[in-house]
Design a binder for this molecule. Sequence first.
Ligand SMILES: NC(=O)c1ccc[n+]([C@@H]2O[C@H](COP(=O)([O-])OP(=O)(O)OC[C@H]3O[C@@H](n4cnc5c(N)ncnc54)[C@H](OP(=O)(O)O)[C@@H]3O)[C@@H](O)[C@H]2O)c1
Length: 335
Amino acid sequence: MNLTNQQFRLANRPTGLPDRDTWELTEEAVPDPGDGELVVEALYVSLDPAMRTWLNEGESYVPPVGVGEVMRALGVGQVIASRDASFEEGDHVTGLVGVQRYAVVPAKRVVKVDDSLVPLTCHLNALGIPGMTAYFGLLEIGHPNAGETVVVSAAAGAVGSLAGQIARIKGCRAIGIAGGEEKCRLLTGEYGFDAAIDYKTADVSRELRRLCPDGIDVFFDNVGGAILEAALRNLARGARIVICGAVSQYNERSMAGPRNYMNLLVKRARMEGFVIFDYADRYAEAGRELAGWIASGQLISREHVVAGLETFPETLLMLYRGENIGKLVLGVGAD
Ligand SMILES: NC(=O)c1ccc[n+]([C@@H]2O[C@H](COP(=O)([O-])OP(=O)(O)OC[C@H]3O[C@@H](n4cnc5c(N)ncnc54)[C@H](OP(=O)(O)O)[C@@H]3O)[C@@H](O)[C@H]2O)c1
């Protein structure tokens, strides 16, 4: 192909936050695609909190990234060479492209995306995994009923902002927990949450008690740790806690708490985790409904794009420092 690839590979398994030593930036020639393969030029690479968990050895819902391997990542790109009849050069596709400029991928592992109605980055957000996660996590695990109170943590992030907006669409009262005044203003302004709690300055448990005098019916948790414990203290009878993630714990050596899980018993409540991949055969159904809400202006998909493949090590850390507002995406290619 006469193209040179640049790839971020896992060099060393980190302890705590990943740093420059975690990664090696390598270069190699892009091979010609084999039968049934495509060469995809990455345009946008999705940065996800769970990437940190993929760097740990041990059993999880996906195998760990191996030392020496290209870092796993979803992305959106453009087909620049095709050896598969269903794809042409110029098609936009999404799939596991990795943190690199070019990916040689089996055609059956990517799907075409349409950028005529929404920006390409939306396919990594509301019409991608965050959208699916918010949709199925809230509706299938949280089972919200109109009029109920739904509390969301990391509410100004990709999944959280979508989960809160979907709760509102379903007629629920939505309360978001996020870090900082700017994010809280965004929640009650642009995203239409009924109230917001700045966990960096407020006593979260006290604020939850004030804002949810009858208790929380659904807690959609992205954070874990102290925020999960505060929510557990304020449950309504029959509450559902959706364990979507625990970003506050991903860089810790061991997971914290929750200490007060006996409130599940007292409140006849349920806490359930899920992995979005289990809903893959229903993505199209969710995608149609989410696209409809975007088109009608009921759902905002906000992406935070940072340009430059070479910024990957620092840009990834923004997720754990709360420096992203909306879905964090690495802009890799010229679009
Ligand atoms: N179950 C599944 O299948 C599935 C699929 C996709 C994603 N997820 C999970 O969904 C969650 C959200 O992912 P996302 O992609 O939408 O990321 P995101 O919310 O856009 O970004 C992460 C946010 O987490 C917050 N955060 C980071 N460290 C924190 C801490 N110590 N305490 C409290 N908040 C902290 C920050 O917001 P603040 O500024 O507000 O602190 C940050 O902006 C993650 O837990 C992820 O693993 C689960």
